[in-house]
Design a protein. Structure first.
Length: 179
């Protein structure tokens, strides 16, 4: 396959370096790449470039179409260059999986590996996403499920005290009035 990649790279470089690129030849070459490539990224790039290269190969193609075709051919050229360049070091190794705490910080959009600074917590552009602070229940005034209530202590009553007794008697003397 390396031989095939080098042939395709040579063909694309030849078309790319010409003063007036032969878009008809480029369309044939790209169709061959899209059909025969084993590399997914190269096959996708060639498949996406095929229509514009066919349009640019027409005699009445405008300069905008030809420029777009040249850009697509450049994308294929870059992909071929990346695939044919030898990789050194640890570039192909997958990154290590995140610990549960790091994964939660990533989901919340918080920095990984360091604590939040004071300005990040209290500043105008807080590090906490607005979804964590403002929920639809909080905007409706529903105190039972608002984040503010949860921060105050959860099971307290409406004014911060203990919850009302069962039966709905309120804080008075059992619901009897002596007016």
């Amino acid at each position: 396959m390396d031989r095939q990649l080098s042939e395709w790279k040579l063909g694309v470089e030849r078309i790319w370096s010409a003063a007036a690129p032969d878009y008809h030849e480029a369309a044939r070459l790209v169709a061959d790449i899209a059909r025969a490539s084993e590399e997914t990224i190269l096959r996708q790039a060639a498949t996406q470039a095929s229509p514009i290269l066919r349009n640019a190969s027409a005699n009445n193609a405008g300069p905008i179409t030809r420029e777009a075709a040249r850009r697509r051919l450049g994308v294929i050229r870059d992909v071929l260059h990346t695939l044919s360049t030898q990789q050194f070091g640890r570039r192909q190794i997958d990154p290590k999986p995140l610990a549960p705490g790091e994964r939660y910080r990533q989901m919340l959009g918080l920095p990984i590996g360091r604590r939040l600074s004071g300005p990040e917590i209290h500043g105008p552009t807080s590090a906490l996403p607005s979804a964590c602070i403002r929920t639809p229940a909080a905007t409706r005034g529903n105190s039972r499920s608002s984040p503010r209530r949860a921060m105050r202590g959860g099971g307290r009553g409406e004014h911060g005290g203990p919850p009302p007794p069962p039966g709905g008697g309120g804080w008075g003397g059992g619901g009897l009035s002596t007016n």
